[in-house]
Design a protein around this ligand. Structure first.
Ligand code: CAO
Length: 477
């Protein structure tokens, strides 16, 4: 039977081929072939670059985030065109509005620098009418982003199942401290994540305690991961038509950024880590990846070296990388041309046990020049170096202003302030960097224009106390 079928198939193959060709020919003329050629995409826009809207135009985000991790994510999405509606607790708002205040009565820089380009609505999510408004917002938005403590969203009645019933297209994106496991119920802040994600144990000097870094890899780092998860889910939704959950745990985010240290943990089983300076200093390795001071994390040794003025300027330093291909140029610059041929220094492998001596010698040279002079000279020879820039220098750097990485915006109560604009440059989506909203600044606008409430209904909602702080609620009652 099987043989018969095979024979039949073999016989009919040329005919099938012919008819397939025919279909293909016919199809080539039809709309399906056109679609296949363009993969379902519209024709390339003929509009000039930057005038075809923004990347996330038309995406509306229900922003239930607070503090830093979640707001980093939604601010970035706002910069690339999403309409971000930040829901805040009446009277209080995001707790950071009042934290680390520098101008009396004005929203702090902590808040303003993480909530630009958003709209703010105040809703008491535990008030029955507040709940109702929230549910209407769920139906009108594409993505809900939150970073409450575990369980808080469910306690508001907004379980994923309920949200999915209200709006099956909605993407529900969350930052939590830990993923499922023994710590999933814990509240987590930046430094907790840096410690639990493996960063702190590998940062600092060998003879000192673990250190946290100034870059907010736990909060802002996880916010960035979440933003990628959201745009991925939005893209998948264009095929499936349905939303999904996106979860980023801060521990996972930090570990992802510290992956080279997990790499080293595994290498350690096969012998000492020769590029760590402790190898050259003859200090034995323990069982875990050690703190590496300012050693480079890659295969090209580097260290931070003093520059002219280091005695009084805490930032007169430069990061210097002894990249192998430019070793000869380094030797010439520092007045050690003989190292180019000396077998103790000529190859990267020979240099590894002598890194301390090498960097001390280079430092003798860098100390005679400012960090910018070292940078200028080294760049001419393709030697990778990086000046230690203070935040003052960064704030004043004209090139960062010119690219929109540092942006000055005006604010009605605090006046002009600097913020970090969009670090992701899209050639056809100009960034939309605006000041942060005042608490509840857009409440009426959102109720009216997004949710379609009439003036009379808005007055009734206000009287119910669903949009006001407890004192005002008592008055309303
Ligand atoms: N109306 C009424 N209640 C509201 C509200 C609103 N508009 N918005 C928030 N709330 C309520 C929540 O419902 C919650 O109440 P319950 O605990 O009664 O359910 C409460 O406010 C506060 O939520 P929270 O527990 O998230 O806030 P917290 O200040 O105690 O904790 C934090 C802060 C960051 C530790 C915690 O939110 C958390 O662990 N988040 C996840 C990890 C994270 O993002 N950390 C980074 C923070 S940045 O360093």
């Amino acid at each position: 039977m099987a043989a018969k079928t095979k024979a039949k198939k073999a016989k009919s193959r040329p005919a099938a081929k012919k008819s397939a060709k025919k279909v293909a020919k016919l199809k080539a003329k039809g709309p399906a072939a056109k679609a296949a050629a363009t993969r379902g995409l519209p024709r390339p826009s003929a509009k000039p670059w930057g005038q075809a809207g923004r990347a996330l135009d038309g995406v509306r985000i229900l922003d239930f985030t607070h503090v830093q991790s979640g707001p980093t994510c939604t601010q970035l999405l706002a910069f690339i065109g999403a309409d971000v509606i930040k829901v805040e607790r009446p009277g209080i708002g995001d707790i950071t509005r009042g934290q680390l205040r520098d101008v009396k009565g004005a929203d702090s820089l902590y808040f303003t620098m993480l909530n630009g380009s958003k709209r703010s609505i105040t809703i008491d999510s535990k008030h029955p009418q507040g709940r109702e408004i929230l549910e209407r917002l769920v139906k009108e938005c594409d993505v809900l982003v939150e970073n409450f403590a575990p369980g808080a969203l469910d306690r508001m009645g907004l379980t994923f199942d309920h949200i999915h019933k209200l709006n099956p297209r909605m993407i529900v994106a969350s930052v939590k401290g830990f993923g499922p496991g023994p710590y999933e119920d814990c509240k987590v802040y930046e430094n907790v994540a840096q410690c639990a994600g493996g960063s702190a144990s590998t940062t600092g000097f060998r003879d000192g305690p673990p250190l946290v870094t100034g870059a907010q890899i736990g909060d802002s780092g996880t916010g960035l991961h979440l933003a990628l998860g959201i745009v991925s889910a939005l893209y998948q939704r264009t095929r499936t038509g349905r939303g999904q959950r996106v979860l980023c745990a801060m521990q996972d985010g930090v570990l992802n950024l510290a992956r080279v240290k997990l790499r080293d943990q595994q290498r350690l089983q096969h012998g000492p880590l020769a590029e760590y300076s402790q190898y050259g200093e003859g200090v034995p390795f323990g069982k875990a990846t050690p703190r590496a001071g300012n050693d480079s994390g890659g295969g090209q040794p580097g260290w931070i070296l003093k520059c002219k003025g280091w005695e009084s300027d805490p930032d007169a330093y430069i990061y210097f990388i002894t990249q192998a291909p430019v070793w000869g140029a380094i030797c010439d610059l520092i007045g050690k041309p003989e190292w180019k041929t000396d077998p103790d220094y000529a190859t990267p492998l020979a240099r590894l046990p002598r890194l301390r001596r090498i960097f001390d010698t280079i430092e003798e040279w860098t100390k005679t020049l400012t960090k910018f002079e070292v940078m200028e000279i080294c760049n001419k020879h393709d030697i990778p170096v990086g000046p230690i820039l203070s935040m003052k220098e960064i704030a004043e750097e004209p090139s960062l202003r010119a690219t929109g990485t540092v942006v000055e915006v005006d604010h009605p109560t605090r006046g002009p302030y600097l913020t970090v604009g969009n670090p992701i440059k899209l050639s056809d989506s100009p960034p939309d960097v605006r000041r942060s909203p005042l608490l509840g600044e857009h409440t009426d606008e959102i109720l009216r224009k997004v949710l379609g409430y009439a003036d009379k209904e808005i007055a009734e909602i206000k009287a119910s106390g669903a949009l006001s702080a407890p004192e005002r609620k008592a008055e309303a009652a």
